[in-house]
Ligand binder design. Structure first.
Ligand SMILES: [Zn+2]
Length: 273
């Protein structure tokens, strides 16, 4: 019998297993999951920022699956009040303030009685923050992407689905911003959001997930009660402590299939390739 296919088959299994770490044991359900989304919109022709766009059909499939599998939807403020414990909880977060959050995410979240936290950039219109991290990211694509108007943000809050979180005034690159400006970017963003939308703002997201110990102190001094990063994972895994100022999130990528989403929910990330 010819076994020529055995080696290619073995390689395929190894590659798939590295890309999707399906074999890793699930983390316990009582460790809260914090999901990170940006845009809920269909992919255009551009190859850039594909991971940031989750298709609306896929988004509904994910939310329906969470609801159907007994996950309780909570906001970051609820999670913090509960001390990051208390059952099978998932916090949905959106960064930046894209208009499709209103058009495509809100109706789905309402349908499944879900909650979410929106990290809103104050100066978000015509602001190309992608270049603040890497100058060559100058396609202007994210700047051209429609952002939520103040009126729409009010609607999101009034729906009872969304709470607001801070994400600095301008989506600044904290590592290259002078200390006094950083204090303004972090402190004033909370003040402006609370005054403009007459709501309490208790959670903060570090722009680009970049921050130092100094920034953590500034966030604390500004009166926030917790902060999320872009570090992938599930806090409390392996008995580790949950640091409310450096909360991990599970990245939901627009490049993922549904199986990858379920793996991320189980172990905090998709795989190694
Ligand atoms: Zn952002």
């Amino acid at each position: 019998m010819s076994l020529w296919w055995l080696l290619p088959a073995l390689i395929l299994v190894l590659v798939v297993s590295a890309r999707y770490a399906w074999w890793k044991p699930s983390l316990p359900d009582h460790l809260p999951r914090v999901l990170m989304y940006h845009m809920i919109s269909s992919q255009g022709t551009s190859k850039k920022h594909r991971g940031l766009r989750v298709d609306p059909v896929m988004f509904e499939r994910q939310i329906a699956w969470l609801a159907g599998n007994g996950w309780e939807f909570v906001t970051l403020s609820t999670l913090t009040e509960r001390g990051f414990s208390g059952g099978k909880q998932v916090a949905i977060t959106f960064d930046d303030g894209y208009e499709d959050n209103m058009r495509n995410a809100l109706p789905v979240l309402q349908k499944y009685d879900a909650k979410a936290t929106l990290y809103l950039v104050v100066d978000r219109h015509d602001n190309d923050w992608s270049v603040k991290k890497k100058a060559h990211h100058n396609t202007g694509e994210l700047a051209a992407e429609p952002k939520l108007s103040d009126r729409q943000v009010r609607q999101l809050i009034d729906s009872g689905v969304f709470e607001l979180g801070g994400h600095t005034l301008t989506h600044c690159h904290l590592p290259s911003t002078p200390s006094d400006e950083k204090a303004q970017e972090i402190g004033a963003c909370r003040q402006v959001l609370e005054e403009t939308f007459e709501t309490s703002v208790t959670s903060f997201a570090y722009p680009f997930g970049l921050f130092s110990a100094e920034d953590v102190n500034l966030v604390r001094e500004a009166g926030f009660s917790n902060a999320v990063t872009t570090d992938e994972g599930i806090d409390g895994a392996g008995g580790s402590n949950t640091d409310p100022w450096r909360l991990r999130r599970i990245k939901v990528s627009g490049k993922d299939n549904f199986w990858a989403f379920k793996i991320r929910m189980r172990i905090g990330f998709r795989g190694y390739l």
